[in-house]
Design a protein around this ligand. Sequence first.
Ligand SMILES: [Zn+2]
Ligand SMILES: [Zn+2]
Length: 197
Amino acid sequence: MRRLQATMGCHMPDAVLDQKATDELNLRLSVAFNTAVPFLLFGMALGQTSLVAVPVLFWWIMGLIGYSLVEYAFHRWILHGLVKHGHHLHHFEPFAPHAMPFCAGLCVHTLLLVILSLSLGLDLALCITLGSSTGYALYCQLHELIHRDPSLARRLVPRLHRHHMLHHRTGNASAGDACNYGVLTTFWDRLFATFRP
Ligand SMILES: [Zn+2]
Ligand SMILES: [Zn+2]
């Protein structure tokens, strides 16, 4: 810990450094866990599903599209509406390692798999959850890239990088006046008239 303080060239209290180290670990685990979930589900789907390739691809894409809508709605109406505090920290310190608890994505997708299995059967549930978890994994990787390596993000995904940075610049999470809520796609912002180029 002292070596970290020396590296940072400052004398932050140990409690603050401990919290930063915990946040950093949580972010790393979050990206790793959420990237692993679709691979896990893909392995399960290979062993379980009786569907052939075309329906699997169709329902996988439906899950991915469904995820992108949930991502937009959750960001716009929950993080900028009902539960502002944690997200306000991310807007205030966009380069700090603020993230949801690392197991949140795994828990949500396990719950989604169970609910969909009971209503649609295991085959469709696996394909849809695979699509949804792929979307969340891509979101985690992309959001991490935009904030932690902006120069690479500007080269790889210039439009999405600009889209999200404009969200940070124009939006005050506690005032609810932001634009560009989508991270993975600009589609829902264009559809719901919250897009700003
Ligand atoms: Zn952000
Ligand atoms: Zn926001």
